[in-house]
Write a protein of this length. Structure first.
Length: 290
């Protein structure tokens, strides 16, 4: 499926700046070709949801623990956070260094409320210390620690982590379309690829999510880049009991995932030739066959 496969020693930030179509790009394309085009042209960026933030934080804590404090800031425990728009504006005013009168005027309070100011000052101090890092609540951080313990206590998962290389980056060219692709593999083992997934549902439900969210396509893409025929997942609950489990795709399922990625890149090529104005099936027949 791929040719000119190259491995790169780059940071996560450098990976995101690299040219190439990722599995996330394919998901965005299928959501909306025009939205994908806007992202490629720098006119749109994806907003990070809370589940995405927790997934990114957990990946970092597990695979790159030395990078966690540089990327994330854990908000202190017991600090009152703003609950209304006026309070959020008051925190912004405090962080901008306004004096007492200016703060309440900016937040559109009818009169100064010193008690509110004093209550929110510790939160404003934490926001200032956070800087450009992503904020993790104290409670969410406790979940991350519990998730980490669940994964590292699981023998199969612990063995995979210990014997694998983390955050391995590949680029390649799709044979049939000439499109450049890229992928960052969570774990590259001796003869398998392993991806870390966090889930908001009980972990026993994870297999159904593999096909609902096209994780099989993602794994097919990663295995094709690595030249391997074994794809595995370590899944851990973000809530509930933070339980973890390990899953391996059958050869048939993995091959099916590779075919889905191959089809996706063909679709992207067709849509690209039409300026991403329409979805791919409009160029091959007009109707989306269900």
């Amino acid at each position: 499926m791929y040719t000119d496969i190259q491995r790169h020693d780059v940071t996560q930030e450098e990976y995101f700046e690299m040219e190439g179509i990722s599995n996330s790009d394919v998901s965005l394309f299928y959501k909306s070709p025009r939205l994908y085009k806007a992202k490629a042209e720098g006119l749109w960026s994806n907003t990070q949801s809370q589940p995405m933030l927790m997934g990114s934080a957990f990946d970092t804590l597990l695979l790159e623990p030395n990078e966690f404090e540089r990327r994330f800031f854990v908000m202190p425990s017991g600090v009152s956070e703003p609950t209304t728009e006026m309070q959020r504006r008051l925190v912004d005013a405090i962080c901008m260094g306004m004096d007492a009168h200016e703060r309440f005027a900016y937040a559109e309070y009818k009169r100064p409320e010193p008690k509110t100011w004093n209550k929110l000052q510790p939160w404003a101090d934490a926001i200032t210390e956070k800087g450009s890092r992503d904020a993790i609540s104290w409670r969410d951080y406790q979940d991350l620690v519990s998730m980490l313990e669940s994964v590292t206590d699981l023998p199969a998962a612990s063995r995979a982590i210990n014997e694998s290389e983390a955050q391995v980056v590949f680029t390649a060219t799709h044979k049939d379309t000439g499109l450049r692709v890229k992928g960052m593999l969570d774990l590259l083992g001796p003869n398998y690829v392993c991806d870390i997934k966090t889930t908001g549902e009980e972990v026993y439900r994870f297999p159904s999510k593999i096909y609902r969210y096209d994780y099989d396509r993602q794994m097919g893409h990663y295995c094709a880049l690595a030249g391997l025929e074994c794809g595995r997942f370590i899944a851990v609950e973000r809530n509930n009991l933070n339980e973890a489990d390990c899953f391996e795709l059958s050869h048939e399922r993995l091959e099916g995932g590779m075919k889905k990625m191959d089809r996706a890149l063909r679709d992207m090529k067709l849509s690209k030739e039409g300026g991403f104005n329409f979805r791919a099936h409009f160029y091959t027949g007009g109707w989306n066959i269900l």
